[in-house]
Write a protein that binds this ligand. Structure first.
Ligand SMILES: NC(=O)C1=CN([C@@H]2O[C@H](COP(=O)(O)OP(=O)(O)OC[C@H]3O[C@@H](n4cnc5c(N)ncnc54)[C@H](O)[C@@H]3O)[C@@H](O)[C@H]2O)[C@@H](O)CC1
Length: 512
């Protein structure tokens, strides 16, 4: 059994994420090679052991079990707990119908009936010390209904720590969509033990919010085929390597890569609304991440441009017009959009046509979404130029001409579609950011927290991406570009880990 740590100290390899169909195929293949019920026996044992390791002092344990094989895992765990920890009071609230049980679940039910368990007909009168959630697992693909919904309502509101078997009940394994008409966020501490495979829905959409702080994984002895993975999970960021930068004695500022941040509409340029801070945040992040020279091109008249950034005087400020009148668009990695306002629409053509390394964020994405020509990025693809799009769900919805709910409903599919549609590497931001590139298996980033949901956080990410792209050897295979972008998103997700206070950080607090 392994613990999946979103931000480990040491570098960890990518992990494959398998969806419902791939997990079921693996289960069937493996079950055919083993004596009957072996997998369920292993699953129940793993659940019982983890329950006692996680909540060793729990005396009263309630196992909430559904009528499918997920419930079967719970029944085996209940019997095992009663057998191996006889001093505990183990009760089962089972919602199955003996007439309609799958084979494994029938065996588990008969096995559990022979054990020393209390059988509940309804929710317990008072909260136990521990709940084991085995109501719904891989089989859920439609809205939860009937008595199962009533039980799920109790589960979500129960103040007892809860160990979820395979998946939290109510969560879609493929997408992290929440299938129930009840709040997704549980009130109590949670852990989830994913069985056989790790599922994408645990790490994106509502997965992180519902599954709890700790996700455990037991492969039950299976070797999942990585070529059938729906996505790869990124749990560590190996960049930037400050020690390597320091040790490179022969380097100079020109060899570290240049970044041009284009955005930050000044109040006079944008009907009294100033967004200069967004560009400065992006630029400061790029500098801190190791870019040799960082230029900030603000959208406004030359005489309105502040002479310097007092917080980071190493930044070089100028007007957008002056920057575009130089060779910077060709020479530097361009990060366009951060606070650029509607003025980005007139600047977009220039960077699309001139900048081989380009990150489009915020208002640049809105400008792109507003284009009526069929394929504004076709030329870039033909030249194998790099384009990275960093939409949050609303910007993604504009680019896809749909609504935010549809994007969030299946974030992996939305990111994949965007990547194909725009011939770009796409970072669909949000809980469990998805990084997709045309023709490649997408990556889901495990790091991040609610502290990143603050103004300016996306600008910081855009700046980090600018620095990362400027440091990447050119040309690079598409796989390397995807990996570099995912690595940077993972790094951004780890920034809140270093914040020492109990009040939440601002985006500038989180600058690397
Ligand atoms: N068969 C085996 O040997 C193994 C099974 N495993 C477990 O089996 C699970 C999958 O089992 P199943 O395919 O039976 O699926 P589930 O047990 O997840 O769900 C099926 C049950 O839920 C009910 N249900 C489904 N959708 C519902 C809805 N919207 N509202 C109300 N009730 C609903 C169905 O009527 C059925 O009783 C995995 O998640 C895992 O926990 C794994 O442990 C691996 C081994």
């Amino acid at each position: 059994m392994q613990r999946i740590v979103p931000c480990p100290k040491a570098s960890t390899p990518l992990r494959p994420l398998h969806d419902r169909d791939a997990s079921r195929q693996l289960e069937q293949r493996l079950a055919a090679t083993l004596p009957p019920h072996t997998l369920m026996r292993r699953a129940g044992l793993a659940v019982a052991r983890l329950a006692m390791a996680w909540q060793p002092h729990a005396q009263r344990i309630v196992v909430l079990a559904g009528g499918g094989n997920n419930g079967g895992d719970g029944l085996v765990a209940a019997a095992r707990l009663a057998q191996d920890w006889p001093e505990r009071d183990v009760a089962v609230w089972w919602l199955g119908d003996p007439e309609r049980l799958p084979d494994d679940a029938r065996w588990a039910w008969q096995h559990a009936r022979a054990a020393n368990l209390t059988w509940l007909q309804a929710a317990p009168d008072s909260p136990p010390d521990l709940v084991i959630d085995a109501l719904l697992g891989l089989g859920l693909d439609r809205p939860v209904q009937g008595t199962t919904l009533a039980a799920l309502r109790w589960l979500q509101a129960c103040p007892a720590p809860t160990l979820c078997v395979d998946l939290p009940s109510g969560l879609d394994p493929n997408t992290g969509h929440w299938w129930a008409d009840t709040p997704a966020q549980p009130v109590a501490a949670r852990a989830t033990l994913s069985l056989l495979t790790l599922k994408p829905g645990l790490f994106t959409g509502l997965g992180r919010a519902v599954a709890g702080e700790t996700i455990w994984f037991d492969d039950l002895g299976a070797q999942a085929d990585p070529t059938t993975a729906a996505a790869w999970l990124v749990t560590s960021a190996g960049w930037p390597d400050a020690a390597a930068l320091r040790a490179d004695h022969a380097s100079h500022k020109g060899s570290r890569g240049d970044v041009l941040v284009l955005g930050g509409a000044l109040p006079a340029a944008h009907a009294g609304v100033g967004m200069g801070g967004a560009a400065l945040l992006a630029a400061r992040a790029a500098l801190r991440a190791g870019a040799g020279r960082v230029y900030v091109a603000l959208v406004g008249e030359a005489n309105q441009i502040p002479p310097w950034d007092a917080g980071q005087p190493a930044l070089m400020l100028r007007s957008a017009a002056a920057a575009l009148d130089s060779d910077l668009p060709e020479r530097a990695t361009v990060v366009a959009g951060c606070g650029g306002g509607p003025g980005m629409a007139t600047l977009l053509d220039t960077v699309l046509a001139r900048s081989p390394r380009l990150v489009l964020d915020a208002d640049a994405l809105n400008a792109l979404a507003g284009r009526t020509d069929p394929d504004p990025l076709a030329q870039r693809r033909a030249r194998r130029w790099w384009t990275v799009l960093t939409p949050h769900p609303l910007e993604a919805a504009r680019l896809l001409r749909t609504d935010t709910a549809s994007v969030q409903r299946d974030r992996l599919a939305a990111a994949r579609t965007l990547a194909e549609r725009w011939h770009a590497v796409v970072v669909l931001k949000g809980s469990g950011s998805v990084v997709a590139a045309p023709g490649l298996t997408p990556r889901v980033v495990a790091s991040g927290s609610g502290w990143l949901a603050t103004a300016g956080s996306g600008d910081t990410l855009a700046g980090l991406l600018g620095a990362r792209l400027s440091a990447l050897p050119w040309p690079a295979p598409p796989e390397d570009l995807l990996a570099a972008v995912a690595d940077t998103v993972a790094l951004h997700g780890t920034l809140p880990e270093h914040w020492p206070h109990r009040w939440p950080p601002t985006a500038s607090d989180l600058l690397p």
